[in-house]
Ligand binder design. Structure first.
Ligand code: BGC
Length: 685
């Protein structure tokens, strides 16, 4: 072990590298200001709310300001001009996070950007990035898991990919939207440090590193004040990080005209519930608001639109902007990266081809393109997509695949292996409500029934997060979490179970193994846990676990998860050697070697966690601060270099309301998951 000592003075927080894609310049601001000065009061009032079909901004043709088209969402283009359309359907957010692959996520963002241009959409309503807190949140599938660093890196890659195509991305939902149950009513109550370290981090990086064009506030109140009318949230935080673009509300989340106008949000969506001319003019007449309040919002909206060139470009749909073959490739490649292999007893996977190796496929999700419900859903480009069953059939003549509608005991007994495709769907896991922890008796019984007939069961499950696997986990040989993999999901899962590609997804959250093992769960105001009789009984949920969310709470609360954050099996084994740390810029480079010691080519997600030896405040026992995913061919070695900037060692100091870095010794843990640490090196700051 090599020890690196460095005299530490005061390090500025990372000078994040600035990506390509439009940025608001002084010239854009000047041009916006000139336009604002030419607008009438009526036009200013119109400009601060959505128009036409609930997915447009207001246009002023006499000033050359077009109406701008928006569309959902994080997995592709769902809707255009009030109609659901067909468009390339990418994997869901949690799958993108489980990929731990910045390049593939960047390509996904780029692909959705191209689709947006093809359909004449200028502002996309995605990504969704709220941190995973409980398995029950109905929107976990849209989001990027429990870790702020992984979520930030995933979000920044997605946004950069999209914005480099000239399409504005909208990061949502700012902030603390961890449950869908009574999402308009329940206040998310958390302390300042927890909010900054866990729940703001992804939004902040999206602003500081990726230069996101727009931010959408959440439905929920935060510490008692609704996000769309919360000056602390928008003015004291978001704007101070440097966000000069648009801040819009979520659809129907405003309550009071004065609070909205003073709150710092620019654009009320989908229409002018509180910003209707009568209400706004009344406040102007009373002198409680001034024209300058409206000017500020119009200025923010216009300078962002100008920076993206929307006042100067042809905004018509341009089908040539999307190459469908490339989109399909992008959707396939990211779908290969997300699936997480939880269990692979006796190395049953990969399955083997051959006439004598009958592979039976059964289950409610086998013949359908599955996704969680709500605004994230997309109709696949060809209207159909590749289901799991179709993907397996596409493997070709060498494979003997039979798809069963009902459990046929004769076939199930005879099969060399059975793939059972189960999980949630748009009716059981969705925006607007929280879900059950259990998949339900019907699906659990199906797995049990099949496992009683055949010893080689492979479960492939669709979900946005953890669910109850205990009814059958020890009766099956393999379990793959396949999330909602999009239109190419069937081909991707077939490539994985057939061994064409080794699985490389890693858990982006802690899989506790039981709902009540998650320390955050007891504070989570879900209906199953806290049945309510009226709207006032549970007006808030307390984030009582604080910064010790997910794997950060493993040591703190003394609870061992079933599968750790960062975990995922593949078809080979890796050996980690030769860790060292060298000073680089205002931080360190951590280098080490990973050797593929098994029989299959595979990608390894090497993870770097930082542990302060003698922290001056309570800190998690380890925190993810770096990772990389590289292909390591069998028998070969790969050198990893992971940079840790000063932010990797910092914590949020509530006394100064800023990030702080304590000098001292830090342990750098290098491993294959948060609990599978292979190497350790100390550094002294
Ligand atoms: C969702 C947003 C979405 C909007 C428009 C809302 O219900 O929370 O994420 O972008 O609808 O469809």
């Amino acid at each position: 072990m090599k020890k690196f000592t460095l005299v530490f003075f005061f390090l500025l927080l990372a000078g994040a590298s600035i990506s390509a894609g439009p940025r608001i310049t002084q010239a854009d601001k000047d041009r916006a200001a000139k336009l604002v000065s030419q607008m009438t009061i009526e036009e200013k009032i119109e400009m601060i709310s959505g128009k036409i079909d609930a997915f447009h901004t207001y246009g002023i043709p006499r000033l050359g300001i077009p109406s701008i088209r928006m569309a959902d969402g994080p997995q592709g283009v769902r809707n255009v001009d009030g109609k659901n359309i067909q468009s390339t359907f990418y994997p869901c957010g949690v799958s993108a996070a489980a990929s731990w692959n910045r390049d593939a996520v960047h390509e996904m963002g780029a692909g959705i950007g191209c689709a947006a241009k093809a359909h004449g959409v200028q502002i996309m309503l995605g990504p969704g990035v709220n941190i995973y807190r409980s398995a029950l949140c109905g929107r976990n599938f849209e989001y990027y898991g429990e870790d702020p660093y992984l979520a930030s890196e995933t979000a920044a890659s997605f946004i950069e990919g999209m914005q480099e195509q000239g399409v504005m991305s909208t990061i949502k939902h700012f902030a603390l939207n961890q449950q869908e149950y009574d999402r308009h009513g329940v206040s998310s109550n958390a302390d300042e440090r927890t909010i900054n370290e866990i729940y703001f981090a992804t939004f902040r990086k999206a602003v500081e590193k990726a230069g996101v064009g727009a931010v959408m506030t959440s439905y929920n109140p935060i510490n008692g004040t609704h996000a769309a009318e919360n000056p602390w949230l928008v003015k004291e935080n978001l704007r101070k990080w440097g966000h000069e673009g648009i801040v819009m509300t979520d659809w129907t989340s405003t309550y009071n005209t004065l609070d909205f106008i003073k709150g710092g949000v620019d654009l009320e969506m989908p229409r002018n519930y509180v910003t209707n001319p009568k209400a706004v003019k009344e406040l102007l007449a009373n002198g409680v608001i001034s024209e300058a309040d409206l000017d500020e919002k119009c200025q923010n909206i216009l300078q962002a639109l100008i920076a993206f060139g929307f006042l100067d470009k042809n905004l018509e749909a341009d089908p040539s902007a999307e190459d469908n073959a490339l989109s399909q490739k992008r959707a396939y490649e990211i779908a290969l990266e997300g699936p997480v292999l939880l269990k692979n007893e006796n190395g049953i996977l990969p399955l083997k081809p051959g006439k004598k190796n009958l592979i039976a496929i059964i289950g409610p999700n086998a013949n359908t393109i599955v996704c969680g419900g709500g605004s994230g859903w997309v109709n696949p480009e060809d209207g159909k997509g590749i289901t799991l069953a179709q993907g397996m059939l596409n493997l070709g003549k060498k494979w003997n695949v039979k798809v069963l509608e009902t459990p046929d005991p004769a076939v199930l007994k005879k099969a060399a292996a059975v793939i059972v495709s189960i999980g949630f769907n748009k009716n059981t896991e969705s925006e607007g409500r929280d879900r059950e922890y259990s998949l339900g008796d019907e699906q659990n019984s199906l797995v049990q029934e099949v496992a009683a007939l055949n010893p080689n069961v492979v479960v492939v499950a669709n979900s946005g997060g953890e669910f109850d696997i205990t009814p059958w986990a020890d009766k099956v040989k393999a379990i793959i979490l396949d999330w909602y993999p999009g239109q190419e999901g069937g081909n991707a899962i077939a490539a994985i179970v057939s061994g064409k590609v080794s699985p490389s997804g890693r858990l982006p959250f802690t899989f506790w193994g039981a709902l009540e093992k998650n320390p955050a769960q007891k504070w989570y105001a879900a209906p199953a846990l806290h049945p309510r009789k009226n709207r006032d009984r549970y007006p808030f949920t307390t984030y009582g676990e604080g910064i010790f969310l997910g794997y950060r709470g493993v040591e703190h609360f003394g609870v061992q998860p079933l599968y750790a954050f960062g975990y995922g099996l593949t078809y080979t084994t890796f050996e980690y050697t030769d860790a060292s740390v060298t000073k680089a810029g205002n931080g360190f480079d951590v280098t080490f070697t990973v050797r593929n010691t098994g029989k299959a080519d595979a990608k390894e997600v090497a993870q770097v966690y930082v542990v302060p030896e003698n922290p001056s405040v309570m800190r998690p026992a380890r925190e993810l601060k770096g990772y990389d995913k590289l292909l390591v061919p069998k028998g070969a070695s790969q050198k990893y270099t992971i940079h840790l900037g000063p932010e990797a060692f910092s914590y949020y100091d509530v006394k100064t309301h800023d990030w702080k870095l304590d000098p001292g010794i830090y342990r750098i843990l290098i491993g294959a998951s948060s609990q599978d640490i292979r190497l350790e090196v100390p550094v002294t700051l």
